[in-house]
Design a protein around this ligand. Structure first.
Ligand code: ATP
Ligand code: MG
Length: 428
């Protein structure tokens, strides 16, 4: 027997009817983006590896162990499948000087790749929607992007998502905090696990992000960044809070909230749910005023977020949100292949009038019995069966048979009147 192929572990096919849930979500995303005047950007899935190393930070989970990297077969350039969207967008915007005539509001959707242990809500190819507001320094835009996520939850009928908020201050403030942290953890070196010891000097802030329960007490008592914040950072956070209050969006200030990439400063936030187990974060983001410079561009303030489409879909499922599976309006029952030349133009007319039409296609085994065709018509979810019987066709008519409650009575339609009927139906 020949070998059969399976999808790569952690990378999923998205098949119907599941794919209709994806389309539903993507349509909602587009509506929200338009409402906030964000424009779509599409960047390559492959980027030069140093973009991520420099952009995300050397001592991050993603760069240390999650990237799919390989060499260009011709010149040996190190390349990487994008693990997130922001670095590529910033690269593209800087490269094409897109901010030449002012700030931009952008969004993207697409696959991301991280070599993680696959589990529910955690995959190796997963999909994100992201927004990036580039060239804006004010707290107003921080709040704008936060509210866009909220608008999306509303659009999708999702409830119970809560907002966690923190500030990471400015680099100078973080530096002072970082030194205090190192001193503190050094004084408690015996209580550190291996991971923490390794990070002590490279990235002590990440120790606060530990998932090791044995280190929790130590981490809880560590020096806090708030105590190192200057006036500007404090004000920025206050402004964010005041605007969230003004729009009635509750939030929890969480001083332990740090994010997986090094590029963030000032505002950081996460939208979390208690309904997806340990994959609780559905959307995370913040301000990254230093990233443009970090990757060689002109200093540019920026803020954005990324959300995991799989996690949003899981949450929709969990909450029982129903999605239109895209059933056809009409299923064409075609008892006899002789009718094909009359069926084709009739169905094209229905589709041109905007109806969703599924044709019964019998093929070499014949058209199949009336009964089996009706079974398929019913299973398709169509509202109507349109029966192209030879007797009716001889009189230039077709039989219209409602398949669902409320779809009216069975009747005959003149072939010539099909388009008019279809227009009526799509207008209704
Ligand atoms: P986590 O802490 O769950 O690993 P993260 O901080 O690594 O998340 P981000 O890099 O901020 O996640 O990505 C934004 C969003 O993308 C996350 O909030 C999550 O919804 C989603 N996401 C991240 N990694 C994965 C993955 N491997 N599979 C599915 N979704 C993911
Ligand atoms: Mg992660």
């Amino acid at each position: 027997m020949a070998d059969t192929f399976k999808a790569v572990k952690g990378m999923n096919d998205i098949l119907p009817p599941e794919s209709s849930r994806w389309e539903h979500l993507e349509a909602a995303v587009r509506r929200v983006m338009q409402r906030y005047a964000y424009q779509n950007i599409r960047t390559p899935i492959v980027e030069h590896t140093p973009l991520f190393v420099r952009g995300l930070g050397e001592v991050t989970d993603i760069v240390e162990k999650e990237m799919y990297s390989f060499e260009d077969r011709l010149n040996g350039d190190p390349l990487t499948l994008r693990p997130e969207g922001t670095a590529g967008v910033v690269r593209a915007v800087a490269e094409s000087n897109l901010l030449y005539d002012g700030p931009r509001r952008l969004f993207y959707t697409g696959p991301m790749f991280r070599h993680e242990r696959p589990q529910r809500g955690r995959y190796r190819q997963f999909h994100q929607v992201g927004v990036e507001a580039l060239g804006f320094a004010g707290a107003d835009v921080d709040v704008e992007v936060i509210l866009m996520a909220r608008a999306l939850w509303q659009e999708l009928g999702l409830e119970g998502l809560s907002l966690e908020l923190n500030t990471l201050g400015q680099p100078q403030e973080r530096k002072a905090h970082r030194e205090a942290l190192i001193a503190y953890f050094e004084a408690h070196a015996e209580a550190l696990d291996e991971d923490a010891r390794r990070r002590l000097h490279s990235n002590p802030l990440r120790i606060l992000d530990t998932k090791n329960p044995a280190m929790q007490t130590l981490v809880d008592a560590a020096p806090r960044l708030v105590d190192f914040l200057g006036e500007g950072s404090r004000r920025h956070l206050e402004q964010v809070c005041a605007m969230l209050d003004a729009v009635g969006q509750p939030y929890r200030l969480n001083p332990r909230l740090v994010r997986g990439m090094d590029y963030y400063n000032l505002t950081v936030f996460e939208w979390v749910t208690d309904r997806l187990g340990s994959q609780a974060t559905v959307c995370g983001g913040g301000r990254y005023d230093g990233l443009f410079e970090q990757i060689g561009g002109k200093a540019t303030p920026a803020v954005g977020w990324g959300l995991g489409i799989e996690r949003i879909l899981a949450l929709m499922e969990e909450m029982g949100v129903q999605v239109d599976a895209g059933a056809p309006d009409v299923y064409a029952v075609v008892p006899d292949a002789q009718a094909w030349p009359q069926v084709m133009p009739a169905l094209e007319a229905l589709r041109a009038a905007g109806l969703k039409v599924q044709m019964h296609a019998g093929g070499s085994a014949g058209q199949g019995s009336f009964k089996s065709q009706f079974k398929k018509a019913d299973a398709s979810g169509a509202r109507y069966a349109l029966v192209f019987g030879s007797d009716e066709l001889a009189r230039a008519e077709v039989a219209l048979k409602p398949l669902r409650d409320g779809a009216g009575e069975q009747r005959l339609l003149p072939l010539a009147g099909l388009a008019a009927w279809a227009s009526e139906l799509s207008a209704a």
